[in-house]
Design a protein around this ligand. Structure first.
Ligand SMILES: Cc1cc2nc3c(=O)[nH]c(=O)nc-3n(C[C@H](O)[C@H](O)[C@H](O)COP(=O)(O)OP(=O)(O)OC[C@H]3O[C@@H](n4cnc5c(N)ncnc54)[C@H](O)[C@@H]3O)c2cc1C
Length: 395
């Protein structure tokens, strides 16, 4: 594997860097996600789409994607992380878009894909249920065909940002008699349909990020079925592979470690910068070594992808390592700021208020609490270990 960038890659990197410098709204730089509105969260995607057609790096060009090589996507992620831009809206761009490109029919592609790109439609993911998380194929939400509609009844949970969503891609059971993976279908549900109720769940960091979604006799047109009835498990797995690779977040962790080092340079122990104390510097070094190793794994995955392979079970490795590193960064940040880690700032406009203590201490406690989620969502890390044991190690 050749690890060097070609001259063309370096020219592309300069173009991306200049585009971000000229176009990313400075007021959104490093803004806390806790204080952002739906429009704030979509602003950068809209600019990328309108000015360059760069909203969807992972879609084929014919559907409004960039058609970039794996290396170009890598550079794009690196440069965005370095500049502290708003992360891509995962549900439409990273998750549903590729499913529709691969399995959607022409009308679905024509109607939904452009609306994802412009940010007109915000999507949420209706997979998990109270009794079906790790055992996702055990889901019970039922869709019964009546003429040209499905009637959907069920209860989804942990639905991220459903309060902003116009649409939900949803796994439903269409054949209760079949083996459990065989009787599932992939439906697109308009959130304004009568019978859809969204109820907030407030997490321990005080944020309203996840929800319950109740579906009571929701009438969904048959044309909103993606692919074949009862084949939804295939599309669901395809989507999860993309979701897990996307969670790795190497570039953003690199940036978070850079900020952690600045913090540890300013904090001191007995007059010595925390960064230089043997205990803390060892932990930081261990973290950076892990991140370097993860980066190599990501580059290998990208190289395989550019040859038309993957993402396969290796996306589980990226998910585990990526999320453990993200959590570790927030643990070390909490350790670094000491008693300022006790300060709790409620989400909303106050998240942008001046910090009690040095500015870098703002939001450290919330980020620590919030990042506990990463080893759970997208399929818990224990489940990813099971996948690796089975699919990679053949145990
Ligand atoms: C912040 C957040 C956002 C989320 N967003 C969404 C979303 O937008 N849409 C959506 O559909 N879902 C979402 N999820 C749900 C997420 O995918 C599930 O929480 C996850 O799959 C785990 O399922 P569970 O919570 O039901 O836990 P369970 O499946 O009940 O698991 C409980 C514990 O047991 C362990 N466990 C279970 N089975 C095994 C096994 N076979 N071997 C070893 N250990 C096992 C698990 O690892 C876990 O630690 C989100 C979750 C969180 C925390």
């Amino acid at each position: 594997m050749d690890m060097r960038f070609s001259d063309a890659d370096l020219a592309f990197r300069d173009e991306v860097r200049a585009f971000i410098a000229d176009n990313f709204p400075p007021e959104l730089k490093d803004r806390s996600l806790y204080s952002m509105t739906r429009d704030d969260l979509l602003a950068w995607q809209r600019i990328c789409h309108e000015k360059k057609g760069w909203a969807a790096p992972n879609w084929p060009k014919e559907y409004g994607g960039t058609g970039w090589s794996a290396v170009q996507k890598y550079i794009w992620n690196e440069e965005n992380a370095r500049a502290g831009t708003t992360p891509t809206n995962a549900f439409g761009i990273l998750m549903l878009g590729p499913v529709l490109c691969a399995f959607g029919n022409e009308q679905q592609k024509e109607y939904f894909l452009p609306r994802i790109l412009t940010g007109e439609h915000w999507w949420c993911q209706g997979y998990s249920e109270p009794g079906a998380g790790s055992d996702l194929a055990g889901l019970k939400t039922r869709a019964v065909r009546e003429g040209d509609h499905y009637i959907v009844n069920g209860h989804k949970i942990w639905t991220t940002l459903a309060q902003h969503a116009d649409w939900m891609f949803c796994l439903v059971r269409t054949d209760p008699e079949a083996k459990k993976q065989r009787g599932i279908s992939f439906l697109l549900i308009d959130m304004t349909t009568p019978g859809v109720t969204v109820r907030p769940i407030i997490t321990m960091d005080g944020a309203h990020e996840v929800n319950e979604v109740f579906l009571e006799n929701v009438k969904v047109p048959v044309e909103n079925l993606v692919g074949q009835e009862n084949d939804g498990w295939t599309y669901a797995k395809f989507l999860l592979g993309n979701e897990r690779s996307g969670i790795a977040g190497v570039a953003r962790s690199r940036e978070a470690i850079r900020k952690l080092k600045l913090m540890a340079e300013q904090e001191s122990v007995d007059g010595e910068p925390l960064l230089e104390t043997p205990g803390f510097s060892r932990k930081l070094a261990e973290l950076e070594i892990k991140l370097d190793a993860l980066e190599m794994t990501e580059l290998r995955t990208l190289a395989a992808e550019s040859q038309g392979r993957g993402p396969g079970p290796e996306s589980s490795i990226l998910k585990i390592e990526g999320t453990e590193i993200q959590q570790r960064v927030t643990e070390l940040a909490l350790e670094a700021v000491g008693h300022y880690g006790l300060v709790f700032t409620p989400p909303g406009p106050e998240a942008e208020a001046p910090a009690i203590g040095p500015d870098y201490t703002r939001g450290v406690a919330q980020r620590y609490m919030n990042m506990r989620k990463t080893s759970i969502y997208g399929g818990s890390n224990e489940i990813q270990r099971n996948i690796i044991a089975k699919m990679v190690l053949g145990l």
